[in-house]
Design a protein around this ligand. Sequence first.
Ligand code: ADP
Length: 557
Amino acid sequence: MFIPLIQVAGEESIDNSQVLESLGVLKFLVVGIANAGFELTPIVILTFLFVIFLLKGLIKYFEGYYKVIIQMYFVKKIRYQMVDSLGNMNFKDFLKLDAGRIQNTLSGEIYKIVSAYVAYFNTLQSVVLLLVYLVLALMANFQFAILVSLGGYLTNLIYKIIYRHTETASINNSKLSHIYQSLLIQSVQYFKYLKATNYFEKYKLKLRSYVDKIEDEQKKIGIFNAILQASREPLVIGVVILVIIVQINVLEGNIATIFLSLLFFYRALNYIMVVQTSWQSFTSNLGGLHVGLELLEDFRNGEEKSSGTIAVERIHNIDLKDVSFCYNPDNFVLKNIDINIERKLTYALVGRSGSGKTTLTNLLAGLIDPSSGQFFINGVPREQVKMSSFRNRIGYITQEPVIFNDTVFNNITFWSEFTPENILRFKNAIKLANLEELVNSFPDGENTVLGDNGILISGGQKQRISIARELFKDVDVLIFDEATSALDSETEKSIQQNIESLKGSCNIILIAHRLSTVKNADEILVMKDGFIEARGSFSELMVSNRSFKNMVELQEF
Ligand code: ADP
């Protein structure tokens, strides 16, 4: 644009200037400057050009700024949506999901989703710029616009094949990464076993085979990208040369128009290439988007349907009437259960493995819905109860205690603020859980980091930390999945004392594995094949139920 514009500035009059014609339809710019009352001197033209580029710079700045804002908004939205949807899932459908898939999608794949969005935005932006240059080329010379479109269309035919293969490789890559993550999680979880048995060597080969498969797919994506990058320039130059030949030999156009049009043409072609590269980047990351949307769909399908609105301040009573439950309709895991959990009593569930104890506690905690029968909380049907308020009053001590990789204080208070009131509650909780001495012996006291990177604590100590967390929370119902092992007799005794001291302050529902805990329960429920076979106090059952008596004698629960 510079040359014809400066040439215009050198003319006597712009009205019949030959050079002005070389600008094609864009001559309105020069006419516009003249009509605005400016004299067409080189300085005015150059200043005009400078102002145009200054404006372009400003627009570019705002464009970049808003692009980041919009991108981050999307990233935030996806992340929020993923985390919220995970939290809203019902427990039964959650069990069907694979940990590797969730972990991989929420960590690694999320970046691919973001990159896919970024690439998509870049493509859209390049399409807009391409259209601008196409319109300019069209205004300068109609034939060029046609040639540009044709060039773009032809190159796109080649690239379409590459996009398709890239997309397939990207989806394969994401799915293989799920499996790899899943294997990795299990290798950490079962490290002790794998190491002790030397099975790790074999397991390692399995892990490696997935590393190789992922690399293969990644390599494919890399090769397709390389083909696209490498073919860009030769293609552009080839088309440009073709256009010059057509211009000079066939169309015999004005040389200035040829240059101007060529410039737009070259720019437009460049943007076609940018569009193609951005689209390629989009397809390379499409796997992430694909698996991300798939997981969101599963989250949504497994969403907990809780329309209940009646909030529970305190749980006084949980009543199950003729409740049955099944994971699959042809196999009922709980059958015709009747229980009335009354406030502050201690219940022990005993029975052989697979008899339904865990499923029953899941039901009582509101994690799963009965398949049939009635479920009342404080006399209100479960469906009408706001389940989040119910769960606020539930404590759960799992068999494998939950210890977060954080300080003792944060583990017990669940990241509550360091206020005088919370510190007091924390101190009470550690006292009740028999943890005072242990915490004081830590190098940084309550600020000592536990968990993966923290100090090592025993199974029994972990359980006490879990108990302290529930005590800090202040719950009405404490579900206690007693550890079958990991407790030395000293710790077992102190845990037993803790359970005893909790008695009367809240409901305790124990999955019991110890004679001592069973002995002191207010009511023992003997489970067999999903039924409650017998119930009563320890002394009653020892007399009335033969299989219970056998279990006690053999310690088989
Ligand atoms: P317990 O705690 O007494 O050992 P569970 O409540 O864990 O027994 O299991 C009771 C029955 O439910 C078992 O037969 C078990 O196979 C079945 N079960 C448990 N979880 C699932 C599940 N997620 N899907 C299908 N069946 C399950």
